[in-house]
Design a protein around this ligand. Structure first.
Ligand SMILES: [Mg+2]
Length: 230
C-alpha cells in the first residue's frame, strides 16, 4: 500500500519548458540581444545538459546558473555578461507557472481521495521555485516541499532522499513512490533511495536500461494506479 507520494514539479505538474521559453526570450530582449527560435532551443539544450552534469556531480549549482549563459554566448559569439543574463532571467522565470494538462485536476483528486500524503520533490533553487509554488497556489496540496538546494543535495543523489525521508514521521520506503518525468533524476533517484518509481512518460519515449516500476502517459492515470498497488 502506498502512503507517501513524492511528486516532481517541473514538467510533471508545471510546464517548465513553456515558462523557460518565455523567460529566455524576455531576457534577451531586455539585454538588447537578438533572439530567434533556434537560440531559445539551443539555450534549452545547454541548460538541460548543465543540470544533467549537476546530477552527475560534475558541476555545482552556481556553475550551472552562470555557465549555461556563458556557453550560449560563446556559441553565438555574443559579447554579453552571463551574470547579467542570469540576474535578469531568474526573476522572470520565477513568475512562470503554467500547468500541464490535467495537473490541477490531479492535485484536486489527491485532496478528494485523502489516501495519500503528497510531498513535492524538486530540483531547483528556492528563489525560483518558491514564487512559482506560491503563485500557482499548489502549496496547500503538499504535506512538505523538498527543494534540492534547501535539502543540500539534488535528485538522484541518495543524500537528497535521506534528507527528505528524515522529515517524514514513521517513514517506510516500501510505502513510498516517486512520480516524475525525468529518468535520470526521478527514476534513478527513486531506485537509489529504494522506493517505488513511476515515470510520467508524456511522449511515450522507449526505455533503455533504466526502467521505472510503473509508467503513466497521462496524469489522470496516477491515482487509479496508486490505488491498485497492494
Ligand atoms: Mg521534472
Amino acid at each position: 500500500m502506498i502512503k507517501n507520494v513524492f511528486l516532481d514539479l517541473d514538467d510533471t505538474i508545471l510546464d517548465f519548458q513553456k515558462g523557460e521559453r518565455k523567460a529566455i526570450g524576455l531576457t534577451f530582449k531586455k539585454m538588447g540581444l537578438p533572439c530567434d527560435k533556434e537560440t531559445v532551443e539551443r539555450y534549452i539544450e545547454i541548460n538541460l545538459s548543465c543540470w544533467k552534469a549537476l546530477e552527475r556531480g560534475e558541476m555545482t549549482k552556481d556553475e550551472v546558473l552562470i555557465g549555461r549563459f556563458s556557453m550560449l554566448f560563446e556559441e553565438l559569439s555574443v559579447d554579453a555578461s552571463p551574470t547579467e543574463a542570469q540576474n535578469i532571467y531568474e526573476p522572470l522565470l520565477s513568475k512562470e507557472h503554467d500547468f500541464l494538462p490535467g495537473a490541477e485536476e490531479l492535485l484536486q483528486a489527491f485532496e478528494t481521495s485523502g489516501k495519500y500524503d503528497l510531498y513535492m520533490a524538486t530540483n531547483g533553487i528556492p528563489t525560483v521555485q518558491k514564487p512559482r509554488i506560491a503563485d500557482s497556489g499548489i502549496g496547500k496540496y503538499f504535506k512538505d516541499i523538498f527543494i534540492s538546494e534547501e535539502i543540500g543535495s539534488a535528485k538522484p543523489n541518495i543524500e537528497y532522499f535521506k534528507g527528505c525521508f528524515a522529515r517524514i514521521t514513521d517513514f517506510k520506503p516500501e510505502e513510498t513512490i516517486i512520480v516524475g518525468d525525468s529518468l535520470s533524476s526521478d527514476i534513478k533517484g527513486g531506485k537509489n533511495a529504494g522506493i517505488l518509481t513511476c515515470h510520467f512518460n508524456r511522449f511515450n519515449t522507449p526505455y533503455g536500461e533504466l526502467k521505472p516500476d510503473y509508467t503513466i502517459t497521462d496524469l489522470s492515470e496516477l491515482i487509479p494506479l496508486l490505488d491498485s498497488i497492494k
